[in-house]
Design a protein around this ligand. Structure first.
Ligand SMILES: C=CC1=C(C)c2cc3[nH]c(cc4nc(cc5[nH]c(cc1n2)c(C)c5CCC(=O)O)C(CCC(=O)O)=C4C)c(C)c3C=C
Ligand SMILES: [Fe+2]
Ligand SMILES: [Fe+2]
Length: 364
């Protein structure tokens, strides 16, 4: 760097869903979630009322789950650790000064506060990095919309790129496969040789209607599983993709993880559950998978129940994020800067994010 020329400043904003930080925040967190038009797709005039109604109904069950975790979600602490490690990895290489920020969608720190903090830091450019490997209108799409509005309110007007999806990124898939391989070998060693073992790649579900309207999430989840399986050294691997965390009465995509537990019990096969659309531990892994589904598996007589940990701050995962950021920086396409977006399915053009923003506002 020539003397006197300041280094460029790059703000990397990590998106995640957020979770309550105290028992009292469960209900307002759920209200924020269920009044999001990307989640509750009903006419605008009814949404605030219906969203608050659903949130009130859901609060006791969600509170019980968070009580098991000490009354709060661990998601923010884990995201802060990821941000810390990613910032160190990005700055190690030099070239620019990187600072990682966090914008949660439904609980603090949310986009408005983060956009103001980013503006105060005074970056030359911003990169939005969803901690969702697969694009969904309900997650990344919703976070990008919220960010755009917050950035405008904060008067943050610097070039901004969005890393839309990295479902099949080789380094991400390799880091995930390494964790699956380790967990599979440990489970295999704990089981009697005659007991069969099946991997259930369990992703967060979505209402089927959202997928039918063009959400690429399910397709991208399947791409991730294919990319991970390709990297596993397991002879005769038995695996399936399934979907968990259904929270509304409509039809959701399947097969459900519960149904796969029933099938495993019927087949007298042990299961290794691999969360495939979450990159951090939170209530849906630590309670739903580790407590509820485990108990259900025991009740059904599944001969073994094991789980792959979420990536959290796994060095291979952080290195994958670092390389994605660097590649996004080097690519000058304005909307989706990730080369892997070319792998998005044909109906979405080059990238669902581009389509959501340009051609199909109903998906935004
Ligand atoms: C219609 C409802 C929901 C859709 C669609 C949905 C999609 C979706 N969510 C994640 C990841 C997370 N969800 C989390 C919590 C959470 N999600 C919903 C509802 C929908 N999610 C609710 C009601 C809740 C609150 C918890 C509960 O009541 O059970 C979380 C964070 C949880 C935490 O512990 O902090 C994450 C992360 C994805 C990936 C996704 C679709 C692709
Ligand atoms: Fe969710
Ligand atoms: Fe994409």
């Amino acid at each position: 760097m020539a003397r006197g020329v300041p280094m460029q400043r790059v703000a990397v904003v990590l998106f995640n869903l957020g979770g309550p930080d105290a028992p009292d925040s469960v209900r307002p967190f759920l209200e924020n979630l269920f009044t999001d038009p990307a989640i509750l797709r009903v006419p605008g005039f009814i949404r605030p009322w219906l969203g608050r109604f659903i949130a009130r109904r859901r609060t006791p069950a969600a509170s019980e789950n968070y009580a098991i975790l000490g009354g709060r979600s661990p998601l923010l602490d884990l995201t802060e650790a990821q941000a810390h490690d990613l910032q160190a990895a990005l700055n190690e290489a030099g070239g620019a000064e990187y600072r990682c920020f966090i914008a949660m969608r439904y609980w603090h720190p949310m986009s408005d506060a983060t956009a103001r903090a980013v503006r105060e830091w005074g970056p030359d450019r911003v990169l939005l990095l969803p901690l969702y490997p697969q694009y969904s209108t309900t997650t990344t799409g919703s976070s990008v919309t919220a960010w755009d509005e917050a950035a405008a309110r904060a008067g943050l007007a610097v070039p901004t790129k969005t890393l839309c999806c990295y479902h099949s990124d080789p380094a991400f898939a390799a880091a995930t496969a390494a964790a699956v391989q380790t967990a599979y070998e440990a489970a295999r060693a704990a089981l009697a040789p005659e007991v069969k073992l099946r991997i259930l790649f369990s992703a967060h579900g979505l209402p089927e209607s959202i997928v039918k309207r063009g959400d690429p999430y399910q397709w991208q989840v399947e791409q991730t599983v294919a990319a991970v399986v390709e990297r596993l050294a397991i002879e005769g691997l038995d695996h399936i993709v399934c979907y968990q965390s259904r929270v509304t009465p409509q039809k959701w995509i399947g097969p459900s993880t519960e149904l796969e537990l029933e099938r495993a019990a019927h087949d007298k096969t042990a299961v290794l559950i691999c969360p495939i659309a979450f990159v951090s531990e939170h209530s849906e892994t630590l309670v739903e998978l580790d407590v509820e589904y485990r108990e259900e598996a025991e009740r059904l007589g599944v001969p073994g129940y094991y789980r792959v940990p979420a990536q959290n701050s796994d060095p291979g995962f952080i290195a994958a994020l670092r390389d994605l950021v660097r590649r996004a920086e080097a690519d000058d396409r304005p909307l989706c800067s990730f080369a892997g977006a070319r792998q998005c399915p044909k109906p979405f053009g080059d990238c669902p994010h581009a389509r959501a923003r340009i051609r199909a506002p109903e998906l935004a």
